[in-house]
Design a protein around this ligand. Sequence first.
Ligand code: FAD
Length: 459
Amino acid sequence: MDSKIKESLINIVGPDNFTDALIDLVSFSYDSSGLNRRPAAAVWIHNTNQVAEVLKLANIHKFPVTPRGAGTSLSGSAVPQEGGLVLDMCPMNEILQISIEDRLVVVQPGVVFDHLNQVLAPYGFFFPPNPASGKVSTIGGNVATNAGGVKGAKYGTTRDYVLDLEVVLPNGSVLHTGSHTMKCVSGYDLTRLFVGSEGTLGVVTEVTLKINPIPRATTTCTATFYDLPQAGKAVSEIMHSGIIPSVLELMDSPTLQAVNQATDLDLPEVAAMLLVETDGYTQQEADYQMDKVVEALKNNDAAEIVQTSRVDEAENLWAARKAAYGVLTRLNYNVLAEDIVVPISKVAEMLAGILDISKRYSILIATVAHAGDGNIHPVIVYDGTDSGEADRVKQVEADLFKLAIELGGTLTGEHGVGIHKSRYMNMEHDSVFLEVMNGLKNLFDPNAILNPGKLGLKV
Ligand SMILES: Cc1cc2nc3c(=O)[nH]c(=O)nc-3n(C[C@H](O)[C@H](O)[C@H](O)COP(=O)(O)OP(=O)(O)OC[C@H]3O[C@@H](n4cnc5c(N)ncnc54)[C@H](O)[C@@H]3O)c2cc1C
């Protein structure tokens, strides 16, 4: 890095918050996608003004800047540009306001998802999206990727809770996008534009989130199936049976086997298992919904249905589900976690298609899914050192995307486009959509300094 730029950065953040040490740069060069590029330097950010000053400097000297939370992105969206600057937002980790009367919290972007919910629990409130990475991923990262999770079927994704953002634009000016009210239509919905924008339009420095009261009663059940697509049919029937489960997750046979290898849960190693939770403010409400779920499961040939209202048993199951991605990484040298979404009525067809694709290319695909909202994660497990296998994985990936789009679906529901899916954006979107995206990028960031090379943008 040019010594004058280095000196200016040190002036902005202080000597202890600047690094160009190799050991740090290697750490900042990758995220959880497996992709990597080494930056020239990184800074630890403590306040909004520092972000503004760094971005003004970047605009003068035209160097690329990548904001970063915990680096758990699975799409390469947090991988910096070679030779660029990383803005580590983790030190901005204060919960600034909890207003139960107004049902909102105001937080800095470095607050960790689980920490926020631990702090909210004594008030009887929670922030629902619940990504499986919640122990480490940050609210800033969750906003920038529109994170979702096991509660998605009923409670939606991060986008549904963001009321207002403080964002530093690439030219250093500070924008407030919304309001601290439950409703607001005074102007374009800039909040939604920034949610899921993967750090390409601005750096989020403050987040105002709507929070929900914690439902007091839950009921949980598991159901096993001897046929994977049949489990998909059960999902579809549950979702149009007149209730909305709070959790509706699917794990297929390779995933169940991998969980068993890594835990003592001793799950049945059948073709598929559904984990379902219903919730409510009374036990009667949760049980009423569970009755409907069980009826749909029986109608769709579930082999065994086991119900529990015991919190410890249910927690073991959610822990197993959340561990699924981690345990699958132990099966071979490489894993590629896809994130397609299809309309709920097409879940069974997509699951059948995944089995076909896996067989056609002789590549192991383990599937976990937030099935209730049609969000399927086919996890491709392979040996990347075998060039033949690596080539087949590219075809597997393209076929998965093609099928999802043919079924009316999308490339990604929560992991984002990042670097990984950029080349597939024109498979899903036409030139009008992509031109509008590029036009917006150019409007906010004419010098293309902010997280370039992501989201399928030209810069
Ligand atoms: C084991 C595992 C399980 C996962 N499970 C889920 C899941 O269930 N649901 C889900 O949605 N995702 C999941 N993910 C993906 C990942 O955790 C999410 O995308 C998460 O929201 C990223 O948060 P982060 O703090 O790690 O952000 P990072 O990975 O550091 O960054 C992600 C993106 O956000 C941008 N960014 C970060 N902070 C800011 C900021 N302050 N301003 C502007 N841009 C910013 C970065 O530039 C990048 O584009 C999982 C990942 C792993 C490794």
